[in-house]
Design a protein around this ligand. Structure first.
Ligand SMILES: C=CC1=C(C)c2cc3[nH]c(cc4nc(cc5[nH]c(cc1n2)c(C)c5CCC(=O)O)C(CCC(=O)O)=C4C)c(C)c3C=C
Ligand SMILES: [Fe+2]
Ligand SMILES: [Fe+2]
Length: 354
């Protein structure tokens, strides 16, 4: 028996196992990037597991469980896994056998770690997903085990929505609820109007436009949608998307007719935030617009919703309705613009800790 255990037993206390708690006063600082999550594979069961976890989240689907449970289990989870599995298969990173969202979030983590290494050697950067893997709980524990007694959470959503930012925070706090010795926690606020973000998206957009072999008549900023009810219940997402759109338009020096905005990825039969991206793209093509570029500033990383829905599905709608040239502009991903933006935002939120 170790001396620690003997002392504990002598006091009537349970023996203290050194492996149960983080190193004492190592003073490291964790930075944990949080993104949505993604399936582990494109097969039926991987897709079903992912969709079930996602669509069982009350922050995402607020409908009464009495109504939602049978709809989810008997309708959605019988058909959607196969259909969406095919969409995921069309964008899958086959080299790493993972979705692009995972590959890019990892690259963003490495990029930020490299940028911060020279600033303060105590900073450890990691990443986690709200649904699936790597799990938030596991990565919080891993940071603690590396001696991080302060952790900055970085939800990778420029615009706050209960369905994204809040559920990631809820999940982190559920993990913290299980810890006897919690690290100190901070969270990066929504950065939808931050000059570092607006500047990065505008610079990246200008760079990609310069590489096109055509000049778009219209640029459409497409944001992920939410049910309209979220706005009516007080979710700031719609207003934050509008603020981003206005600031980007000003940064690009474009009038409203040439820099439009819309909401994509509708799910279910309820009304979602308008105008809808697919309807907007069809209307633009029918009104005679021949050259269109679509930018997706609400997505930190390219994913199913940008690569497939914007890059393929909506490109088809544009061409079928008379459009000729179409470009889906990549998200910030791990571009130099992204590296500089994250470095600035994270360093500001670490003030007082470093
Ligand atoms: C059903 C309700 C949904 C709400 C509300 C919602 C909000 C929301 N989502 C994102 C970002 C992403 N969503 C992604 C995929 C995705 N989204 C939903 C549903 C809702 N999203 C589903 C069911 C799916 C899975 C695909 C599908 O079955 O259609 C992704 C892509 C993930 C990937 O692996 O590539 C992102 C990113 C935001 C920002 C948002 C609210 C503001
Ligand atoms: Fe979504
Ligand atoms: Fe979609």
């Amino acid at each position: 028996m170790t001396s620690v255990a003997t002392a504990g037993a002598g006091n009537g206390l349970s023996p203290h196992k050194p492996t149960d708690h983080p190193p004492v006063q190592s003073g490291r600082i964790g930075v944990l990037l949080l993104n949505l999550g993604t399936p582990e594979g494109t097969d039926y069961w991987s897709m079903r597991r992912y969709l079930k976890e996602f669509l069982s989240d009350r922050r995402v689907i607020e409908t009464s469980r009495l109504i939602w449970w049978p709809v989810l289990n008997f309708i959605i989870l019988t058909r959607r896994p196969a259909a969406k599995g095919r969409d995921y298969a069309s964008i899958w990173n086959t080299q790493r056998n993972e979705s692009p969202l995972k590959t890019i979030t990892r690259a963003q983590t490495e990029q930020l770690a490299a940028a911060l290494a020279g600033v303060d050697g105590r900073i450890v950067v990691d990443w986690a997903m709200r649904y699936g893997h790597p799990a938030i709980e596991d990565r919080l524990k891993a940071l603690q085990q590396q001696g991080c007694d302060r952790i900055l959470l970085v939800p990778l959503y420029p615009q706050y929505a209960a369905a994204t930012t809040a559920t990631a925070m809820d999940h982190a706090f559920r993990a913290l609820m299980k810890m006897r010795w919690q690290p100190a926690i901070r969270a990066v606020p929504p950065y939808y109007a931050d000059p570092a973000y607006i500047g990065a998206v505008a610079a990246s957009l200008k760079k990609h436009l310069a590489q096109l072999d055509f000049e778009p008549e219209v640029i459409l900023a497409s944001f992920h949608g939410t049910p309209k009810d979220c706005l009516l219940k007080g979710d700031p997402y719609y207003c934050q998307c509008h603020a981003t759109w206005r600031l980007l338009r000003e940064a690009m020096g474009l009038p409203e007719e040439r820099f439009r905005m819309s909401f994509q990825s509708r799910f279910g039969k309820d009304e979602w935030l308008r105008p809808y991206t697919d309807e907007t793209i069809i209307a633009l093509a029918r009104s005679g617009v021949k050259r269109l570029a679509v930018v997706t500033p609400g997505f930190a990383a390219d994913c199913l919703e940008t690569l497939e829905e914007i890059g393929v599905e909506n490109a088809g709608y544009f061409r079928e309705n008379g459009g000729e040239q179409y470009a889906a502009i990549p998200c910030l991903n791990d571009s130099p613009e992204n590296g500089e933006m994250l470095r600035r935002i994270v360093l500001r939120e670490l003030q007082g800790w470093i």
